[in-house]
Structures are given as structure tokens and as C-alpha cells.
Design a protein around this ligand. Structure first.
Ligand SMILES: *[C@@H]1O[C@H](CO)[C@@H](O)[C@H](O)[C@H]1NC(C)=O
Length: 462
């Protein structure tokens, strides 16, 4: 008898320790402490997040770079702006049979539920390629939770009661008087809520409303969206919030950084395209932050201690770090040449060239920064849901001019700012949002990739 209870006690302590470490793990990092839905509710809920398809690699068919008659249109955060989506597609004479559409996530919320569903229907019906935004993620989690709670004994009755109660709250907010509303009446104990809903989830607000109203087809479409799209043919990544070209907690030339060394493909020494592709895959799999769903769906900046953050004001915009690293890529030097490069120390480290070719990241999520075009990054969230603009990047065969594969050295370019003379011609080096007087005809051309160009198109949102 004593033996049995000792054993149970032992198991209990092991579980306690596991819970402790799990919650510790979840506490580390700026994003996690502020946005974790799991902290403190260790081991109790099933996984609602469904990160089953983290990265999708676009095939040449999905991402046509050589066909003169086909365009690739990348569209920023929609947030249910159904009529702006229509206006933008009309503006570019979008042809569903010829053009490839890619969205950058956050299809839903902020607009009415009906408008969110209209955008979802368009995307699901046309099987549009895209990535999952943080708001789409919340909707997936609420829907997954809803399915779970309905499967629990008494779950349906409980949910119906709570749903009714919180819809009274929404009504009170609309009437402009919430004073009479009791968020936690005696029958709905806060502790009971805590047992049924993961910590940090807000009671049945807009994400839940969309989750509840959407069809199974909508839900399956959202769940099918990966967090990252990678197009090796164009050397471009699509992600909702951000990606890192190097782990900011190490120096850029550290051997563990994927762009600090040749990819380990001894058999492909002279096959530059294969080496580039391998290095791009390494960037996704070896920079730990790029494997972290919360990071790629939420990051805006990197703090001085190397942690990613969703802050608009603190730290360095992740895109600056991306451009800094990509701007140092100087192609694949031969190994003997590389071996002869003396070891760099101290300040020289910051100037070191890296054995890589640059790739481009296209992202949304940063409405406060607005349209944000840099040499190797394009931020497309220009705040449509705040009455600003909906933007798209239009790529065609001219965006993918052949790369200097025959040359081992990649010509280092003057990065923007350092040489004002280099930003001549029609290509704008950097645009921070549209001028207020911009009409829908204003569609600046930007540099894209090594030697291509692209167009930014936008419409005013109402
Ligand atoms: C969304 O836009 C489409 C295309 O313009 C239109 O047919 C549909 O009625 C709109 N849906 C809503 C809810 O406004």
C-alpha cells in the first residue's frame, strides 16, 4: 500500500516538474510572455494551433518566373476589406486564368463578420496561395477549441449559455453602455472559464465570432495555409510578419549561421542554383526564430538582447537586419579563396562579406510602418483597414532577370543611402507609404531581386 502511494507521489512530482519546465519554457521571450495562450495551463488542453504545414515550397508551376504572359500578384493584409479587394483586382485587370495571387495573411477581423467571410470565400473558392496571419491563427484556434468544447460532456449547453451571455455584451458595447453588463455573473465563474478556455483568450470577441460563423470550407482553407511560402525560382520568401537572415543572438559570421558558410553539398560545388537553394532552405531551418510560429506571425523588431518583439517602436525593425545581412552577400567564393580570408575580429566583423546570394522577403503585418520597400525586403501592409490603402506587388517575367550564375562573385551593391548617385533612374530605392495625394494611378516601380524590377499598385480604402 505504502509502496503504491510512494510510486504515485513520485509520478506526481515528475509531472509537476514537467509542468514547471514547460511553463518556464513558454515564459521566455518577449512574444511569448505577452501573447502565449498556453502559459499556466500546462498539459490540459489539446493542441488548437494546427501548425501542421509550416513551410510550403512553391513549384515552378505555382510560381511562374519565365512566362511573359503571367503575373504574380502579392497582396497585403485584407482584414475583411472585401470591396477594396475587388477594387484592387479591377485596377490591375486581374485575370484568374493567367495571374497567380498570393496573400500575406490577416484575411479576417477588424471588418464585420460578413465582410471577413466574403474575403475568406473568395480565397477558399479560388484556392488562393498565401500565408497565415496572427489574426487568422486566432480564428483557427477558436474554431478548433469550439469543436473540442462541443465534444465535451455538457460542453454544448455551457457554450450556448456563455455565447448568449457574451453576445449581450457585444450588444451593450454597441449601445454604448456596458455599465449594466456583468462580465462574470455567479453562474459563469471565472475559475470555470479558466478550466475550459486557455489562459489569455479573450471572451468570445471578434476572432471567436468569425470562427463561429465560418463554414467548414473556410476553416479548412485557413488550416491549409502555411506560415511561410518559399519560391526558390525567384529567391523570395513570403511571410505574414517577418523572418531573420541570421540568429541575432550570435554574430553574423558565427559558423552556425546559415549564410556564414557554403551549404554542405560537396557534390554540387559548381552548381550555384543548387547551392543557393540549399542555403535558402538552411535559412528557414537553421535560424531558430524562423521555426517559431509566434515569431514569424508576430515579429516587427529585434531588441538589443536579440529577442524578437512585436513592438513598433522598440528595437530595430527586422527588415533592417535582413537588408544588412543580404547586403553583405558577396557570392560563393571558391573554397581556397575563402580559406585565405584572414579571420576577422572585433570591428572588422561588422564589415565582413558573407558567402551567400541575397534573397527577398515580402511581408505584411506592419500597418504602422506602412508600405516599406527596401532593397531586399518589401512590407506591403499599408493600413487598408484603417482607411489608408490596400497594396499589391506585381511581378512578371521582367522581375526575374537571369542571375549571374556563371560568376562566382556576386557584385556587392551600394546599399541605399550610402551612395545617392546609385538611386538614379525610375527605380525608387525606398518608399515610405504613399504620398497623401497619391491617386490609384500612382504605381512606382521598384528593384526586385538581382536585376529585375516590379510594380507596386494600390487603391484607397474606404
Ligand atoms: C464581396 O465582393 C464580391 C465581389 O465584388 C461581391 O460579389 C460580394 O457581394 C461581396 N460580399 C460582401 C459581403 O459584400
Amino acid at each position: 500500500m505504502a509502496r503504491r502511494s510512494d510510486c504515485l507521489l513520485f509520478v506526481f512530482f515528475i509531472l509537476l516538474a514537467l509542468c514547471f519546465f514547460a511553463s518556464k519554457g513558454a515564459d521566455s521571450g518577449d512574444l511569448r510572455t505577452r501573447f502565449s495562450v498556453w502559459t499556466g495551463s500546462c498539459c490540459k488542453f489539446p493542441d488548437f494551433s494546427h501548425y501542421d504545414h509550416f513551410t510550403h515550397t512553391l513549384s515552378d508551376k505555382e510560381f511562374p518566373t519565365k512566362d511573359k504572359n503571367r503575373r504574380i500578384v502579392v497582396i497585403g493584409d485584407l482584414h475583411g476589406m472585401n470591396s477594396s479587394l475587388t477594387a484592387l483586382l479591377n485596377q490591375i485587370s486581374y485575370d484568374v486564368r493567367k495571374d497567380t495571387l498570393i496573400h500575406l495573411g490577416d484575411l479576417v477581423t477588424k471588418a464585420t463578420v460578413d465582410d471577413s467571410l466574403a474575403v475568406l470565400s473568395f480565397m477558399a473558392t479560388n484556392k488562393v496561395l498565401g500565408v497565415r496571419g496572427n489574426n487568422d491563427q486566432d480564428v483557427i484556434q477558436w474554431r478548433s477549441w469550439m469543436d473540442w468544447i462541443l465534444s465535451q460532456p455538457g460542453g454544448r449547453t455551457w457554450l450556448e449559455k456563455v455565447d448568449k451571455h457574451w453576445s449581450d455584451y457585444e450588444a451593450a458595447v454597441e449601445m454604448g453602455d456596458v455599465t449594466a453588463f456583468d462580465p462574470w455573473p455567479s453562474w459563469l465563474k471565472k475559475s470555470d472559464w479558466g478550466r475550459k478556455v486557455p489562459k489569455g483568450w479573450k471572451p468570445l470577441a471578434q476572432h471567436y465570432q468569425v470562427a463561429r460563423a465560418m463554414s467548414r470550407e473556410h476553416y479548412e482553407y485557413l488550416r491549409s495555409l502555411p506560415l511561410i511560402l518559399h519560391a526558390p525560382a525567384g529567391h523570395v520568401f513570403f511571410v505574414h510578419a517577418g523572418l531573420l537572415a541570421a540568429d541575432p543572438t550570435r554574430r553574423p559570421t558565427h559558423p552556425k549561421q546559415p549564410l556564414s558558410h557554403w551549404p554542405s553539398m560537396i557534390n554540387y560545388k559548381d552548381d550555384i542554383p543548387a547551392l543557393r537553394e540549399a542555403q535558402e532552405f538552411a535559412l528557414l531551418s537553421e535560424v531558430p526564430q524562423n521555426r517559431d510560429p509566434l515569431a514569424v506571425q508576430n515579429m516587427r523588431s529585434v531588441l538589443s538582447n536579440g529577442e524578437v518583439s512585436r513592438s513598433n517602436s522598440k528595437g530595430t525593425p527586422f527588415s533592417d537586419l535582413w537588408n544588412e545581412i543580404m547586403g553583405r552577400c558577396s557570392g560563393f567564393h571558391s573554397e581556397t579563396e575563402l580559406a585565405s580570408v584572414p579571420r576577422l575580429t572585433g570591428n572588422q566583423e561588422n564589415l565582413a562579406q558573407l558567402p551567400c546570394y541575397p534573397s527577398t522577403v515580402v511581408y505584411g503585418h506592419a500597418a504602422v510602418r506602412g508600405l516599406d520597400v527596401k532593397r531586399w525586403s518589401i512590407g506591403l501592409d499599408s493600413g487598408c483597414s484603417y482607411g489608408r490603402r490596400l497594396s499589391a506587388l506585381v511581378l512578371d517575367a521582367g522581375s526575374f532577370h537571369s542571375e549571374p550564375y556563371h560568376a562566382v562573385d556576386f557584385p556587392l551593391e551600394a546599399t541605399h543611402g550610402s551612395d545617392p548617385g546609385s538611386s538614379s533612374g525610375a527605380l525608387e530605392q525606398q518608399i515610405f507609404d504613399f504620398p497623401p495625394e497619391a491617386t490609384d494611378r500612382f504605381s512606382p516601380r521598384i528593384k526586385f531581386g538581382h536585376a529585375g524590377d516590379a510594380r507596386i499598385v494600390s487603391v484607397k480604402c474606404h
